[in-house]
Design a protein around this ligand. Structure first.
Ligand code: DGL
Length: 268
């Protein structure tokens, strides 16, 4: 059974892969971390588009993937239309900051969206905000440097940046004018949710898109009759950077690799 391809600029998409593996237990995945070219979020659209095209082509050529999940808000924003037009027969699932559920569930009507500068500056994000913000007040918090710190396992930088950006995202609470919901609009950020939570009251709601994207992937595959209906599935790890680092990150963030998981393989 062919794999489902999943990619991100680095380890962030592992937060989406964890949700995909929980939702689609019989599927096999090939995860590509474009670490040598990360971060995407503070570069321009042309750069992100070109990297996305190359990674998608590699997953298609080397693995004949049956679907592609763009596990990166920045790459979705910059490149998903192009990827879909270049590969019309391939189901491609992307993701975007979860503004709609945040607005639907916020009681104070004050929401902060933490994401990369690229995502927040995009026309796609502006359209999303215009469609769903309604009367809510939505604050954009570009988190420069946070992806780089996560990629580098730089705990001191992660701690300092989480404190800084949570201060920008607040004040938090349930009173008028206070933020009660934070959208994690970059797939790296759920990986440091516990560090972010340290700077917020326990009642603050964080919303990310891992589970909805996994459910959408199931719906798309089911509608095409392409769901795997048995077996244990598996996982291949690939990337443009150091595979040992990716393996360590996957072992850490996916928590329980399945027994059938293959050893990591180098990118072609
Ligand atoms: N994880 C990616 C996202 O969801 C981008 C990170 C980066 O800046 O490379 O936006």
């Amino acid at each position: 059974m062919p794999h489902i391809g999943v990619f991100d600029s680095g380890v962030g998409g592992l937060s989406v892969l964890a949700a995909l593996r929980a939702e689609l237990q019989h599927e096999s995945f090939v995860y590509f971390a474009d670490t040598a070219f990360a971060p995407y979020g503070e570069r321009g659209d042309a750069y992100v588009t070109e990297r996305s095209r190359q990674v998608a082509a590699q997953l298609i050529d080397a693995h004949g993937i049956k679907a592609l999940v763009v596990a990166c808000n920045t790459a979705t924003t910059a490149a998903i239309h192009l990827l879909r037009s270049e590969h019309p027969a391939l189901p491609i699932v992307g993701l975007e900051p979860a503004l709609k559920p945040a607005v639907a569930t916020s009681r104070t009507g004050h929401i902060s969206v933490m994401a990369t500068r690229g995502t927040l500056a995009s026309a796609k994000y502006a359209a999303l905000r215009d469609s769903f913000a309604g009367t809510a007040t939505v604050r954009a918090v570009p988190c420069d440097g946070l992806v780089k710190a996560i990629e580098g396992f730089d705990t001191a930088a992660i701690e300092a940046l989480c404190a800084r950006y949570m201060a920008e995202a607040g004040p938090f609470g349930h009173a008028t004018g206070e933020v009660d919901t934070v959208v994690l609009g970059c797939t790296h950020y759920p990986l440091v949710k516990s560090e972010l939570q340290r700077h917020a009251p326990p009642s603050l709601r964080f919303i990310d898109t891992g589970a909805p994207v996994a459910q959408q992937t199931r719906r798309v595959l089911a509608s095409l009759g392409q769901l795997a209906d048995g077996g244990q599935g598996g996982l291949l790890l690939q990337g443009s950077g150091d595979l040992a680092v990716l393996e360590a990150a996957a072992a850490h963030w996916l928590r329980q690799p399945r027994p059938s998981d293959a050893p990591a393989t180098a990118a072609a």
